[in-house]
Design a binder for this molecule. Structure first.
Ligand code: URA
Ligand code: SF4
Length: 188
């Protein structure tokens, strides 16, 4: 573990700890407020993120931004990252060895950000952070408290592009996040 951002960011440059290094254009480390109270964790970069080196800038990200705007969540006040920092080929789900290789970076990011709330976007984030026994379809929308962090699992924004009903769920789940943030006097 690195005790500051500079060391952590330096450590990931040129990372070749897993096979996802082979096809990436850019490592997508994370973006936002490094002292955020709320952190969002996705799965892994897609094509647009890979090109730009920034998380959630493609279609799924733009949809998430719309929800943020409508709910009054300022993207600059939160921190966004992913389970794996390099794009899986054809946007496939990261394999276990890849997630395992990359998770130390994310754990280190969580330690440095010290969020009070973590929103888990989709099954990959849920299973890798809270455990493989969880399923997004049954647990989403429910708070899970662990070691002083409140976790809110919800659909991955890419799933919303394929299913309008999931948009309603996603909205409800983020609304819970906003309400709890208000109760905790967290600025959004
Ligand atoms: N999907 C993800 O899981 N993460 C991104 O950064 C973009 C799309
Ligand atoms: Fe390294 Fe993570 Fe990229 Fe794998 S996905 S090469 S562990 S930064």
């Amino acid at each position: 573990m690195y005790d500051n951002w500079e060391k952590l960011e330096k450590a990931i440059i040129g990372c070749r700890k897993c096979k996802l290094c082979e096809n990436r254009l850019n490592i997508v480390f994370g973006e936002g407020n490094k002292n955020a109270n709320i952190m969002f964790i996705g799965e892994g970069p897609g094509a647009d993120e890979d090109k730009q080196g920034i998380p959630f800038v493609g279609r799924a990200g733009q949809l998430m931004n719309k929800a943020f705007d409508a709910l009054g969540i300022n993207r600059k006040k939160i921190y966004i990252s992913n389970i794996v920092k390099c794009r899986p080929p054809n946007n496939r789900v990261p394999e276990n060895d890849e997630a395992e290789a990359c998770l130390d970076y994310l754990r280190n990011q969580v330690i440095l950000v010290k969020p009070k709330i973590i929103v888990l976007l989709g099954n990959t984030a849920l299973k890798n952070i809270l455990g493989s026994e969880y399923k997004i379809s049954s647990i989403r929308g429910n708070w899970i408290g662990k070691k002083n962090i409140l976790y809110m699992p919800t659909w991955h924004p890419a799933a919303l592009l394929r299913d309008d009903l999931k948009k309603i769920d996603f909205w409800k789940d983020l609304k819970k996040v906003v309400e709890t943030a208000n109760e905790l006097k967290i600025e959004l």
